[in-house]
Design a protein around this ligand. Structure first.
Ligand code: TXA
Ligand code: MG
Length: 376
């Protein structure tokens, strides 16, 4: 897809929100902070505006968008409000699931949970890529809530990066990704969580299917969903899927830096002689290396790398004190710093937290961001 629009991208302060509201109402796209990552917003009912979202991101139109909503009336069930707005088709949701879904939404909204439900009559084909389901989320960031309220309509918002690239967690990241292609980005500070929302889909048999791991982990979901919560598809399962339950956005390559990223088999401190040998072989043609570590004191890690490898190395330790929340908060930013550094090849330790929550989500992003033909 070619995109010819060139313009100056302006970073707006929260005081200038009315400019963003006017632009959205006139069919423009705007970079919007959320608590997960920055989104590229457009009014959900405007097909030309939705098309601009796909074009600015160079995103293929077979990858559907999330519709972002905001509730002001807490006395009516969320499901009824979504149905009244024409966003979902309640009659296609088995009646015995209504109260379970309502409880789930009341527990996690506003927040980093996206739910896939049967699509209602006001949802455009371009938003769902023609699927008969729609993904919905109520974001928690006050500026995204204010924006949805002021525009008076739900907003579609995929992450505000070029398709397949690193997700943006600051307004400057959005400018790096989409500068010149969009008129505005609202600066709402660095995103609190730093990873995209958890995407789930209730199935008619009462199972809650995970389509994308995110900030809300399996155990938290199980607390509120009194039924089985089954893990997301991995790439092999996805390839074998015949039941039409795929999450179309779960392409194997995603969130990737421009510089080739190789996933190391173990943490640096646990690598064997043959692991180091393999790393030297992979890196031999590159004059500068970049290494992403998740935790630990940077100086011994630097020393270890210096003794094992000959080239200059840029090292980024995401959370020296080893805190998984901090690691999620800073992960995409750290990857971006390495991608913009002089390093010609990147390596990353695997995520050290195997926790069915943020750790899972981090490892998912890392696997998708890394070079598929890597021989580690
Ligand atoms: O945290 C987030 O969810 C961020 C912020 C901006 O809200 N948004 C985001 O959007 O990550 P995006 O477009 O980058 O990812 C949306 C995911 C994709 O994997 C997409 O395929 C999936 O949701 N999705 C959307 N509609 C779907 C549907 N009807 N069925 C299954 N998956 C769907
Ligand atoms: Mg994305």
């Amino acid at each position: 897809m070619t995109y010819h629009r060139r313009m100056r991208t302006q970073i707006l302060t929260p005081q200038d929100l009315s400019k963003a509201v006017a632009a959205l109402s006139q069919g423009e796209v705007v970079g919007m902070p959320t608590e997960t990552v920055y989104g590229l917003a457009a009014v959900f009912s405007n097909p030309e505006a939705c098309l601009k979202v796909f074009e600015a991101k160079s995103r293929p139109t077979f990858d559907p968008l999330i519709v972002h909503v905001c509730f002001t009336d807490l006395s009516v069930t969320f499901l009824n409000q979504l149905s009244n707005q024409g966003l979902i088709n309640l009659t296609e949701i088995p009646a015995n699931l209504h109260s379970k879904i309502e409880l789930l939404l009341r527990s996690f909204w506003p927040g980093p949970l996206t739910i896939v439900l049967p699509r209602g009559p006001r949802v455009l084909d371009i938003v769902t890529s023609g699927l008969n389901t729609v993904a919905l989320r109520s974001p928690k960031h006050p500026l995204s809530q204010e924006l949805i309220r002021a525009v008076g309509q739900p907003l579609v918002a995929p992450s505000a990066n070029r398709f397949g690239r690193i997700s943006p967690t600051t307004a400057n990241d959005v400018v790096t990704e989409l500068g010149g292609l969009i008129p505005f980005v609202i600066d709402g500070g660095r995103c609190d969580i730093g990873l995209e929302s958890t995407v789930v889909m209730p199935l008619p048999d009462g199972t809650l299917r995970y389509l994308r791991p995110g900030a809300i982990g399996k155990h938290e979901l199980e607390l509120f969903w009194r039924g089985p919560v089954t893990p997301f598809y991995d790439a092999d399962e996805l390839a074998k899927d015949t039941q039409g339950l795929k999450a179309p956005g779960r392409l194997p390559s995603h969130y990737a830096p421009k510089t080739q990223l190789h996933l190391l088999p173990k943490a640096l401190s646990a690598m064997s002689d043959s692991d180091w040998e393999r790393m030297r072989e992979i890196a031999q043609e590159s004059s500068v290396l970049g290494v992403l570590c998740f935790q630990g004191d940077p100086s011994p890690l630097n020393e270890l790398l210096k003794t094992q490898l000959k080239q200059p190395i840029v090292v980024k330790v995401v959370s020296p004190r080893g805190n998984v929340k901090e690691a999620a908060h800073l992960f995409f930013g750290s990857l971006r710093v390495l991608d913009l550094s002089p390093a010609e090849i990147l390596f990353s330790e695997p995520c050290p937290w195997n926790d069915h929550g943020l750790g899972w989500a981090l490892q998912d992003r890392l696997t998708k961001a890394s070079w598929k033909e890597s021989s580690f």
